[in-house]
Ligand binder design. Sequence first.
Ligand SMILES: *[C@@H]1O[C@H](CO)[C@@H](O)[C@H](O)[C@H]1NC(C)=O
Ligand SMILES: *[C@@H]1O[C@H](CO)[C@@H](O)[C@H](O)[C@H]1NC(C)=O
Ligand SMILES: *[C@@H]1O[C@H](CO)[C@@H](O)[C@H](O)[C@H]1NC(C)=O
Ligand SMILES: *[C@@H]1O[C@H](CO)[C@@H](O)[C@H](O)[C@H]1NC(C)=O
Ligand SMILES: *[C@@H]1O[C@H](CO)[C@@H](O)[C@H](O)[C@H]1NC(C)=O
Ligand SMILES: *[C@@H]1O[C@H](CO)[C@@H](O)[C@H](O)[C@H]1NC(C)=O
Ligand SMILES: *[C@@H]1O[C@H](CO)[C@@H](O)[C@H](O)[C@H]1NC(C)=O
Ligand SMILES: *[C@@H]1O[C@H](CO)[C@@H](O)[C@H](O)[C@H]1NC(C)=O
Length: 671
Amino acid sequence: MHTLFFPSFLILACFLSVHSQSIQPNIPLGSSITTGSTGNSWSSPSGRFAFGFYPTSQGFAIGTWLQTSPEKTIIWTANQDNPHLTGGSIRLSFDGRLLWSATGGQEKVISNPPEPADGASMLNSGNFVLLNSARRVVWSTFAIPTNTIVPGQTLQPNSQLISSLSENNPSTGKFRLTNQNDGNLVLYPVHTTNTADDAYWDSGTFEIGFLLTLNLAENGVLFLSGNNGAFTKNLTQSTTSQKPSVEIYYRAVIDVDGILRVYHHSLTKNGSWETGIEWAALTDKCLVRGVCGLNSYCSLLDGVNGEPSCLCPPGFGFIDSNQTTLGCTRSYTGGDCMNGSETTMHVMKNTTWVDKTYSILSSSTTSMDECEAACLNDCFCMAALFKSNGECSKQLLPLRYGRVGGNDTVFIKSGVMPNSSGEPNSSGEQHRRSKKGALLVMTLVFAALFLVVLLGFLFIVIRGRRRHHLYVKDEEAPLKTYSYEELENATNGFREELGRGAFGVVFKGELSKDGKDGAIAVKKLQKVVEEGEKEFQREVKAIARTHHRNLVQLLGFCNQGSHRLLVYQFMSNGSLADLIFKGGQNRPDWKERKNLESELDPDEIILSDWVYSCYLAGELEKLTLHEDVNMVEFENAVKVGLWCIQTDPTLRPSMKNVIIMLEGIIDDAGR
Ligand SMILES: *[C@@H]1O[C@H](CO)[C@@H](O)[C@H](O)[C@H]1NC(C)=O
Ligand SMILES: *[C@@H]1O[C@H](CO)[C@@H](O)[C@H](O)[C@H]1NC(C)=O
Ligand SMILES: *[C@@H]1O[C@H](CO)[C@@H](O)[C@H](O)[C@H]1NC(C)=O
Ligand SMILES: *[C@@H]1O[C@H](CO)[C@@H](O)[C@H](O)[C@H]1NC(C)=O
Ligand SMILES: *[C@@H]1O[C@H](CO)[C@@H](O)[C@H](O)[C@H]1NC(C)=O
Ligand SMILES: *[C@@H]1O[C@H](CO)[C@@H](O)[C@H](O)[C@H]1NC(C)=O
Ligand SMILES: *[C@@H]1O[C@H](CO)[C@@H](O)[C@H](O)[C@H]1NC(C)=O
Ligand SMILES: *[C@@H]1O[C@H](CO)[C@@H](O)[C@H](O)[C@H]1NC(C)=O
């Protein structure tokens, strides 16, 4: 069958000039490979990479791999969602598709390219490609990475790598590396939204202002690039020069354990292969969120060789004791205060979790004992997290991302401890408080308790309100606090995007409740690295204090859980930049115009650089957009403007001098 097509292939090769972009197909249409036979893969000319079947825990999968002796390293897998196959054959069909067929005749499409393939090629880079008749790539494995990238391959913005389930099961696993459209590269568990609470590592390139691409250089350096190559950030350092190897291959992979690593595979001078880790995004495996299931906690102390082990807190047992990573569930009955049984609090020192609180007791006033009592006396409270700064947060189940470490103390409510196996004794202590009594007494106690909780709740609400009023006391209109849900509704689920700034995306919204706010602009601060409470409040305060008719009014904010949003008046006429640079007919003329404001946005700083260079070059007419203006007046205004925006405040002129200069009375007042 191959010989039939070989001549036409040869003729093509003779008549087509070799384009820089064109690739020689080395796999003609009609070619096939079959499991169980010797020819069960298509190799690259170098023999280092191959495409074909590889064995898994459940039969076979189709993929590409790096062939080193003695092992294969998988770098791509077809149908990561459901990769398991029973064997069979892979065929490049005459209609230009890549198909898998089982021995029984069942068929599955591996690739159906946008235009029919005329051949395929396993390249020396590790890329398996389908080519059209013009020998251009119409489909490639590099374009749809699974858990790995190799040199020459990239992870594009808005795409992700997903870890495998286990070393010999390539199905979708538990973790993902997401290249966010805010420029940040972040590790999360799968099935989470992109929020800071779920992130366990990031590249620190948040809101950089343009999209970034993840690359692996030939020398093994993992780096982010963007802004047409003007921006690069190395995530790792090169070590190539230290390795006296004959050949060396690198790969970046999100491993089964959720950690992003770079590996090298090098052929040493004596002909043996050596493999090792070049770089790992993090080393403490318990910092990987989602490594242990809900209501469990991760410990390195009980594991072997730095391997994490998942444990249940006192009063909890494994959902499945054969699969400890699935999480824990309450193993006791009773213990909830509506049933007059015994309630106990267990203390776990130096343990923490990502808090998902419903109530925070103010810091600095709460002691550890008060924190414990607060939870014990609250029917809703299932656990409390006491932080070293004195903050006590009360929580419901489930507990997420628990781990041993740090200075926090955890209190867990439970009933009478059962004597079951698999219960960690850990650092737990048991504090037992009996609340048994006659039914009448219980009823009275709970009525009283309910009142106390209610009063406490009211107290917290009122105090919270007062706090907000206090911190905007010096303002004319007090800032409103909005709930996240309120803003989500107002913006119709953050649908209409108005623009992007340095710290977040701005959405249009409508608040028609009291008819006063009307149209609003909601700025969603999307920082993945957690920003301190104080920092946020300081920011809000600073913005709230700024009142100027030329500045947009801050109406309020939302500070709920991990959500940080600012609510502004909506300006229906768009931004100043739009008006000046895209205004067309409506563009303000020079007389209407840049009063030069000294409150400059980061964008406008670039504008000021441009103005300065025009001024230095004596090319001020460039700035007037070919309008007929009074050049003396204009030059004065430019000079005042440049003077006002000196980086060092002490070099800026006084307002008095600015007025004098603008009136043209003196030229370089007191310089
Ligand atoms: C980043 O890595 C490249 C090598 O790939 C090196 O040439 C460059 O100097 C590095 N940049 C920084 C800032 O370290
Ligand atoms: C080859 O050299 C490496 C070091 O470069 C060494 O670790 C390995 O044991 C050697 N293998 C043989 C078979 O000599
Ligand atoms: C755990 O595995 C053992 C043997 O491997 C089996 O007998 C037992 O039923 C399993 N337990 C559960 C809860 O699946
Ligand atoms: C109260 O708890 C006990 C076990 O401590 C249990 O047997 C009983 O069913 C519970 N009653 C209710 C109403 O939940
Ligand atoms: C715990 O506290 C010690 C000192 O009290 C401090 O050095 C350490 O950084 C803290 N650990 C964490 C995780 O906050
Ligand atoms: C445990 O937490 C306490 C504070 O509660 C702290 O002083 C101590 O250093 C912590 N120990 C470790 C090993 O982190
Ligand atoms: C728990 O086990 C201990 C012995 O290991 C026993 O003395 C104790 O009575 C048991 N407690 C319960 C509640 O069964
Ligand atoms: C359980 O904890 C106690 C201290 O609370 C300790 O004395 C005991 O040895 C621990 N038991 C086990 C099996 O670790």
